[in-house]
Design a protein around this ligand. Structure first.
Ligand code: ADP
Length: 395
């Protein structure tokens, strides 16, 4: 069975075509700069790579071009759109509405639209991707997989903010969590690796956005991102946790408006605000060359992760493994080493040699004697969506 996974953003569409249940990637790629004259399409199969520059006025044009490539005589992998039986859409915000993956029908579309105000940057382009795909693939079953669903198991005491309850009950202001598709995939892989469905895990997703999840019995029980995507860890351009007193002080002292403060904390802060650079590779290089600002930013970043490990170990009442994933988690030996430094109280003992090995495979980087295992597990959100589509079809 062929499943097309679509991740539709405001100016891009990422896609992967899978053969399931074999989990084989038949084609993949990216449509970029939608809305601009110099749009780009990058398309790969096991045999060919195609890169096109063209005007892509909207998502419909972009997705139609992808379909043309999928069916072209030179680089195609299907002969007819109906060969694709299912389409899996990534949807960022499912609010408290969507506890699980759902089949898309008019009711689901209306409910996704009703969440626009909670995720104004993400849900509208996700919705566009759904509408366009319905038009292009009229006979395929369309499934929505939500980034928030995995966190719906977080108990009320952890997802409720200590403000008057009417804001939660009447206005849906509470912790939702994000990166759930990644945390779900990685925690399942860790459970398989450990052969222990009851494992107490802390999953540390470190990409441009960063988050941590406490996982017990395969379920998310607490998570570092909250109502929006700027709680918890220090990220590429986001501050993460900050004393809210700072926000009011900025507004009063510098006469800043809400939007200005929001832009400061989400687009100009984090590693970028501290060092002038949001990409970790450059920051690591500077730190290695003795740049004290870069060194401080790395210290702050990893200190914050350690604090959350402490918190989540308490919440889990134990710890079997910590798991690093995403661009930084999978690739940065330095960040992993700094997070695991002086953590013997938590039973964490890193093996420096194993930590230095670069690989795309699941790997254990703790010493033989480490009470808590340290794992690196590459995330694969697209595959998780394809798996959920396949499981849905079996129901
Ligand atoms: P996104 O959240 O956009 O999916 P990624 O998961 O791709 O992000 O992670 C991007 C981050 O990974 C960037 O900060 C980048 O610097 C970092 N990264 C990628 N490769 C390496 C590496 N070899 N060493 C250190 N950091 C890396």
């Amino acid at each position: 069975m062929k499943v097309l996974v679509i991740n539709s953003g405001s100016s891009s569409i990422k896609f992967q075509l899978f053969k399931m249940p074999e989990q084989e990637v038949i084609a993949s790629g990216l449509v970029e700069k939608i809305g601009l004259k110099n749009g780009e399409i990058h398309y790969n199969t096991q045999k060919k790579s195609v890169n096109i520059e063209m005007e892509i006025p909207d998502h419909a044009v972009g997705l139609r071009e992808v379909v043309n490539l999928l069916m072209s005589s030179a680089s195609g992998v299907i002969s007819n759109v109906d060969e694709i039986e299912m389409i899996g859409h990534r949807v960022v915000h499912g609010g408290k509405e969507f506890l699980n993956t759902v089949e898309i029908n008019q009711d689901a579309i209306d409910r996704i639209k009703s969440l626009f105000n909670l995720a104004p940057l993400h849900n509208p382009p996700n919705h566009v991707g759904i509408v366009v795909a319905q038009d292009i693939f009229p006979n395929a079953r369309q499934i929505a997989v939500f980034d928030t669903s995995f966190h719906q198991t977080i108990p009320e005491k952890a997802h409720t903010f200590a403000i008057p309850l009417k804001f939660r009950d009447e206005h849906d202001i509470r912790l939702y969590g994000f990166h759930g598709i990644s945390h779900h995939y990685v925690s399942q892989k860790a459970i398989e690796y450990l052969h222990n469905p009851k494992a107490k895990l802390i999953v540390i997703h470190l990409g441009n956005g960063c988050s941590m999840t406490a996982v017990k019995d395969g379920k998310s029980i607490d998570h570092s991102l909250g109502f929006g995507p700027n709680q918890g860890l220090i990220m590429g351009t986001r501050s993460g946790d900050i004393d809210q007193g700072v926000i009011f002080y900025l507004m009063e002292k510098f006469n800043m408006g809400a939007q200005e403060v929001s832009d400061l904390l989400t687009k100009k802060s984090g590693m970028l605000g501290l060092t002038g650079d949001s990409d970790l590779r450059g920051i690591e290089e500077r730190a290695n060359n003795g740049d004290e600002t870069a060194q401080l930013a790395l210290e702050m970043n990893t200190y914050r992760i350690k604090k959350y490990i402490g918190t989540y170990t308490a919440v889990l009442n134990g710890l079997d493994a910590i798991v690093f994933t995403a661009g930084i988690g999978e690739n940065s030996e330095l960040i992993r080493a700094k997070v695991c430094e002086d953590m013997s109280y938590f039973g964490i003992e890193l093996d420096a040699n194993k930590n230095s090995i670069r690989s795309k495979e699941i790997r254990e980087i703790s010493t033989e004697y480490s009470r808590t295992k340290v794992l690196v597990i590459p995330t694969n959100e697209e595959l998780q969506i394809a798996k959920e589509c396949f499981a849905f079809q079996q129901k």
